[in-house]
Write a protein that binds this ligand. Structure first.
Ligand code: SF4
Ligand code: SF4
Length: 85
């Protein structure tokens, strides 16, 4: 697989306390930017997190946020910090 160079034009944040650990977001990200943590959150789920070493590959496509049933993911552009979804 050809890896994109890090352009850091977009990034995501995960609200770990809202995440129920369904992992839909992991399944849809083509760049494997999201991974599972090793802890429980306040609702008793194992939340996901951004993998810091892969975060720079984010295109800002928003698919992870669209797939999240709990609106736990936000997508931002680094150019003006505008929310993409
Ligand atoms: S916005 Fe797209 S590229 Fe970025 S983490 Fe979500 S699915 Fe992956
Ligand atoms: S799709 Fe949403 S609720 Fe499911 S694991 Fe990802 S962030 Fe958590």
């Amino acid at each position: 697989m050809v890896e994109r160079q890090s352009t850091r034009k977009a990034y995501i944040t995960v609200n770990a306390e809202k995440c129920k650990g369904c992992r839909y977001c992991i399944a849809v990200c083509s760049y494997q930017i999201i991974g599972v943590t090793n802890r429980l959150n306040q609702i008793g789920s194992i939340p996901v997190e951004v993998i810091s070493t892969r975060a720079g590959l984010c295109t800002g496509c928003g698919t992870c946020a669209l797939m999240c049933p709990d609106t736990a993911i936000s997508v931002f552009s680094t150019e003006g910090e505008a929310a993409l979804s």
